[in-house]
Design a protein around this ligand. Structure first.
Ligand code: BV8
Length: 238
């Protein structure tokens, strides 16, 4: 990625209108199950069946019921209009950005449709149910396969590449994230400490970090994001 790119951080709010639950809304995942039980290595060690059931249900929902919405499609359009100038860093583990056409994409918290073997380290596509009996497609050992997802207390993926992009971007946009979880919630501060990038929050309501952004636009992502992308493209062509 060249300098002066646009970095877009997305969170669960961008996938809400595709029918996928967020985490901290009233009807979110953490209203139904304790984060500590299903999104930590300790929870997985305590009760792997509960964790597999949590991710099996989300994997099933993603494949049976979710389609990219206008917000995902607008980000893919922006990348198509401005090749090599847009990087989407998503906290989401769904594949809706890919299915919308985004290519320059980092899943910093992993991917629901992949599994990782604790024994050989291989990361494999995994679309079906995963259980303690599931075998790693590579080393064939049973009982060592886990969702390829970053849990609390684990290192997010591709951080050096993300920080390089944050330090050289000209525009940082955060979409559909509550600003609760670090290091993602600290990205806007990192951008501002490194230069003069424009910072924008597009969300349903102010996030915890709202006051850190130079510009904020509130409303459903499927309306606010396409409008913002259209204005960006119009500004550039005027
Ligand atoms: C790390 C994957 C070190 C799993 C997720 C003690 C011990 C260890 C660590 C910590 C600790 N204390 C603090 C920490 C750090 C911890 C953390 O931040 N904890 C919080 C709870 C305080 N972070 C970590 O452990 C991370 N690792 O720190 O390693 C390190 C540090 C620096 C550099 C390198 C390494 C790992 C965190 C990753 C955890 N995994 N997910 C899974 O998906 O099951 S987190 C999960 O919540 C999501 O992935 C997402 O990242 C995160 C935040 O959720 P959001 O996406 O923001 O969703 P949320 O529901 O909160 O908000 C939705 C928003 O959308 C709302 O604002 C809403 O208004 C809006 N919205 C709703 N509808 C719409 C909408 N917007 C637009 N349109 C709509 N229609």
């Amino acid at each position: 990625m060249q300098n002066g790119v646009i970095v877009v951080l997305t969170g669960a709010g961008i996938s809400k209108e595709s029918g996928l639950a967020t985490f901290r809304d009233a009807d979110g995942e953490w209203a139904r199950v304790e984060l500590e039980d299903v999104a930590t290595p300790e929870g997985y060690r305590r009760n792997p069946d509960l964790v597999h059931a949590f991710y099996n249900a989300r994997r099933k929902k993603l494949q049976e019921a979710a389609l990219p919405n206008a917000a995902h499609l607008a980000l893919a359009r922006l990348e198509q209009e401005w090749p090599d100038q847009v990087l989407v860093v998503t906290q989401n583990i769904d594949d809706l950005h890919e299915r919308a056409g985004s290519r320059n994409l980092i899943h910093m918290h992993g991917e629901l449709l992949k599994g990782r073997c604790d024994l050989c380290g291989t990361i494999s596509p995994w679309a079906g149910e995963m259980t303690r009996a599931s075998r790693c497609p590579s080393c064939q050992h049973p009982g060592r396969l886990r969702p390829h997802v970053v849990w609390f207390g684990e290192m997010p993926l591709d951080m050096p590449r993300i920080y390089r992009a944050l330090e050289t971007c000209r525009l940082f946009i955060a979409i559909g994230t509550s600003g609760n979880v670090y290091p993602a919630a600290g990205f806007v501060t990192h951008v501002q400490s490194c230069g003069h990038a424009r910072t924008v929050e597009l969300n349903l309501e102010p996030s915890l970090g709202a006051t850190l952004f130079q510009q904020t636009v509130y409303g459903p992502a499927s309306q606010v994001v396409p409008d913002f992308v259209a204005r960006l493209l119009a500004e550039a062509s005027s």
